[in-house]
Write a protein that binds this ligand. Structure first.
Ligand code: G3H
Ligand code: 13P
Ligand code: ZN
Length: 318
């Protein structure tokens, strides 16, 4: 069933308050096979799920195809709570378009200017986010804002510089804007190259935000694990992804213990699909039916997401 992200994230916040923390995965979707993989994982683990769509995804898939693909997944799985969320909305127009399409949740990333690259100032972020909150809440739609910025530019969302969230500023931001969820910068970045050495996560920032904002859903972007097994398969079958590194599952579990409620995963879905496709085509050089390799990719996506749903603790919460 289609619900708001607030409806799904409330259970995570209650879990934290009751000393049984778990987090909801928010998975990016760009096509039918990814959506099918996500829903298979949600069904098999009985997990609620946030399906998120970027502006790039809406452009690639022509927004109505993607909306209808997601809605098909919702219709075919009536017992699974699903929120349809706009990832990194950059202005009022992108938010309005998503709400017109039937999204139940939107992100306005006012930490960056409309180009999604240039860091904004606090006043700009408060202004655009407040406008979105008013518009979305009047229509029953949940809102995620962002304070602090993530590094990483290769996916087109990010300034290239990390600015960790300042907890006091986060508290003032929430008070001024009324957002339901807040993306905080804790040292991660988007994409497949997050860390040079070991993953360094600012757990203290999560803990302080959790204390200052007991009723806000805290979001970790840039949270793909970039599993070595997938990178090895990609490199073995003709890819070139040296030095890729992500946020290990154990680090994510520590972040959940510290108070994170929503975990954004996109890159791992891309890696799972790419590894499976490369391997399938190398192992089956005479095959040319797109359903064969897209089917292998779909199954790899389902398996990878199942690992996260179990690791984030959402199993059985549908
Ligand atoms: O946060 C960014 C997401 O990974 C979306 O990436 O704009 O390439 O679809 P994208
Ligand atoms: P990854 O690139 O780590 O998957 O992050 C995705 C994300 O934060 C989407 O908003
Ligand atoms: Zn993000």
């Amino acid at each position: 069933m289609l619900v708001t992200s607030k409806a799904i994230l409330e259970a995570s916040l209650n879990g934290f308050k009751e000393g049984k923390p778990f987090a909801i995965g928010a998975y990016n979707v760009n096509n039918m096979e990814q959506m099918q993989g996500i829903m298979k994982a949600a069904r098999e683990t009985q997990s609620p799920v946030i399906v998120q769509v970027s502006r790039g995804a809406l452009k690639y898939a022509e927004d109505k195809y993607l909306r209808n693909i997601v809605m098909a997944g919702v219709e075919l799985n009536p017992d699974i709570p699903v929120a349809l969320h706009l990832d990194h909305g950059n202005n009022m127009e992108s938010v309005k378009r998503a709400i017109d399409l039937g999204f139940t949740s939107v992100m306005i990333d006012g930490s960056l200017m409309e180009d999604s690259k240039t860091p904004s100032d606090f006043a700009y972020n408060v202004k655009i986010t407040s406008e979105v909150v008013k518009y979305a809440h009047d229509r029953g739609v949940s809102v995620e804002g962002e304070i602090g910025t993530l590094g990483g530019i290769e996916d087109g969302v990010g300034s290239g510089q990390t600015h960790l969230t300042k907890p006091e500023e986060a508290a003032e931001f929430v008070e001024k804007t009324g957002v339901d969820s807040l993306a905080i910068s804790i040292g991660t970045s988007h994409g497949a190259y997050k860390f040079k050495g070991e993953a360094k996560i600012a757990y203290d920032v999560i803990e302080s935000c959790r204390k200052l904002l007991p009723n806000v859903y805290l979001v970790s972007h840039g949270s793909s694990s970039v599993p070595k097994e997938l990178i090895d398969i990609i490199n073995q079958y003709g890819g070139k992804m040296e030095h890729a590194a992500g946020m290990p599952l154990e680090a994510l579990q520590k972040a959940i213990q510290a108070g994170i409620n929503k975990i954004n995963v996109d890159t791992d879905i891309r890696l799972a699909a790419t590894a499976a496709t490369r391997k399938y085509l190398a192992d089956n050089p005479s095959k040319f039916d797109q359903r064969d390799y897209a089917g292998a990719a779909r199954e790899a996506v389902a398996q990878e997401i199942m690992v996260r749903m179990k690791g984030f603790g959402t199993t059985g919460h549908a």
